[in-house]
Design a protein around this ligand. Sequence first.
Ligand SMILES: *[C@@H]1O[C@H](CO)[C@@H](O)[C@H](O)[C@H]1NC(C)=O
Ligand SMILES: *[C@@H]1O[C@H](CO)[C@@H](O)[C@H](O)[C@H]1NC(C)=O
Ligand SMILES: *[C@@H]1O[C@H](CO)[C@@H](O)[C@H](O)[C@H]1NC(C)=O
Length: 152
Amino acid sequence: MAQATVLLFFVILAAIASTFHAQVNQCEYVIMIHTGSTKGPTVKLKPLIEAVGGGNINTTNLVKNWGDMGKGHTYFLPNSSDRFKYNGPCFNGRFCYFQLRGKKGELNPHWYVHNITVTTKGEGIDRVRVFFSGGVEIDYLYSPPLNDGECP
Ligand SMILES: *[C@@H]1O[C@H](CO)[C@@H](O)[C@H](O)[C@H]1NC(C)=O
Ligand SMILES: *[C@@H]1O[C@H](CO)[C@@H](O)[C@H](O)[C@H]1NC(C)=O
Ligand SMILES: *[C@@H]1O[C@H](CO)[C@@H](O)[C@H](O)[C@H]1NC(C)=O
């Protein structure tokens, strides 16, 4: 009986240990898209954001899966700021590549954005990456994908 109890104890201990071992630090990713003077696309958008040294965050429907503006909100109105949120594993490297694609590949022309910021928060991590900064409206169609040269 005592032996069984001891065995059970070790089994539980091993289970707890493996749970801890499997745990990867989780980060919160917040993406802010500051739109310019035109209305943005209404098609499904697929973001792909890659980190230096490998790893990426992506989804097949930005608004539906990561939208953080509440129900009934209309995204990408002119001159607005829309927030998106995603929780997932942290990466060691900062982000270096940003791509947004439409349902059938490319976006339709002329969506002006001021900038897109990606904030990463987690244990010991607090990063902000700004894409298309500079205070001017950028015609998104003619800019993507954005790669600052450090991504593979
Ligand atoms: C958006 O901002 C631009 C520049 O300030 C302005 O010309 C335009 O009228 C604004 N559009 C809307 C719909 O508010
Ligand atoms: C998207 O992310 C998942 C993990 O969440 C990954 O398995 C997959 O390879 C990624 N897709 C691309 C195109 O990199
Ligand atoms: C992004 O664009 C918004 C709207 O024009 C502006 O208020 C903000 O300062 C910009 N942020 C950066 C980091 O350029």
